[in-house]
Design a binder for this molecule. Structure first.
Ligand SMILES: [Zn+2]
Length: 381
């Protein structure tokens, strides 16, 4: 069947050649021009291979133990490289079992995470998916090979979204990470529970929390994990440390609920907060209250800048002036392009941007809108 369309095209060309040599020459020239344009446009893409890290240099990963409660639970924090957008995974360790929260975005990161799980000498029982974004789910493709007996689980609404997005996630992972893409996606299983038990100790699962959504709906679900024995909170992509927060897809309402959650956590007696993304070089200075304050301040600052800027470029420039040293600037770009409906800029292809720059504003907006609507429809119920 896949030969039908090329055969029809060939028949049309042959027919045209027999009918009129001039028409044939014009159509052939147009086709060649289109192919040349496509090759030129493709050359403007950022190369995917640039994102493969060579090693896991940087600060040592930290382990947190209980202070005072006498609990045997411990928490170990893994962070991927800057090219892999510094994704946090947390190992919640008992005396003979371990639970892993977040599977990492790439092959390289997930292999290093698997090494760290093996080094604990404990049995991996669960890999928990805290929200349905590829930077937290793709690494399951590696982990399932290394730990075939582990259960890969998440809240039912998180897992349903992950299943819906698997094909698009694989495509995006290949485009972004090239040989470092962890594919194909592993479907997580729905676990309808408010807690996990680790050797008799409770790990609380707080479902339906609000955070970064990208092309999702503003109320896209995140599961926040709280470990009472360690006074440890894992707020996933609701908090970051020393990196730009992805604000795309948020609304004034969702940001108000997002900030309210953080304010409530600030009232808790917490020893540890491990956010979804942590700039590795800055991880030694991370503290529980510091993470919450940084995240709240950043969202407040972003809202002020967003409300008083005319263009996405202005928002990006002003946020970089306010926060000149923050990592993963790509999150600032992606989030702001989404909020301004500039879908073509999410392709990160300077030649496509040139072509769009030549189009009338109305046509540009309409194309952007159509592209975004189809992306959103494919990634949401
Ligand atoms: Zn993330």
């Amino acid at each position: 069947m896949k030969f039908v369309k090329p055969l029809i095209a060939l028949a049309v060309l042959v027919g045209l050649f027999l009918l009129s040599k001039t028409a044939f020459a014009i159509v052939l020239a147009l086709l060649l021009a289109l192919v040349a344009l496509a090759v030129w446009v493709k050359g403007g893409s950022q190369p995917a291979d640039a994102s493969i890290p060579k090693s896991l240099d940087g600060p040592a990963f930290r382990t947190y133990e209980s202070t005072g409660s006498g609990s045997p639970l411990r928490l170990r924090h893994f962070i991927s490289q800057p090219e892999e957008i510094n994704v946090s995974s947390s190992l919640i360790m008992g005396t003979h079992e371990v639970i892993c929260v977040t599977a990492q975005p790439t092959k390289f990161a997930a292999e290093r995470l698997a090494d760290m799980i093996e080094e604990t000498g404990l049995k991996l029982t669960y890999v928990y998916l805290d929200h349905a974004h590829l930077d937290h789910s793709q690494g399951a493709a590696v982990l399932i090979k290394r730990f075939p007996d582990a259960k890969f689980v998440g809240a039912p609404n998180v897992v349903a979204l992950q299943h819906l997005r698997m094909e698009a996630d694989d495509k995006m992972a290949r485009a972004r990470y090239g040989d470092n893409a962890a594919v194909p996606s592993v479907p997580f299983e729905a676990l309808d529970a408010g807690k996990l038990m680790l050797e008799g100790h409770e790990i609380q699962l707080w479902h339906d929390q609000f955070g970064d959504v990208g092309i999702g709906e503003p109320d896209e679900p995140h599961t926040v994990i709280y470990i009472p024995d360690l006074k440890a909170l894992l707020p996933t992509d609701i908090c970051y440390w020393q990196g730009h927060i992805m604000m795309g897809g948020s609304t004034p309402d969702s940001r108000a609920r997002w900030k309210q959650q953080i304010r409530e956590w600030m009232q808790m007696d917490l020893n540890v907060v491990i956010p979804g993304h942590v700039v590795r070089a800055e991880s030694p200075s991370m503290t529980a209250q510091g993470v919450l304050e940084f995240s709240l301040d950043y969202i407040d600052a972003y809202e002020d800048v967003l409300d008083s800027s005319a263009t996405s470029d202005e928002v990006i420039a002003r946020m970089q002036d306010l926060y000149p040293d923050l990592g993963h600037v790509s999150a600032l770009h992606i989030g702001t392009f989404i909020l301004f409906g500039e879908t073509h800029r999410l392709l990160f292809n300077n030649r496509i941007e040139k072509i769009f720059g030549l189009l009338p504003a109305g046509l540009r907006r309409s194309l952007d809108h159509k592209m975004f609507a189809s992306r959103k429809a494919a990634a949401n119920f």
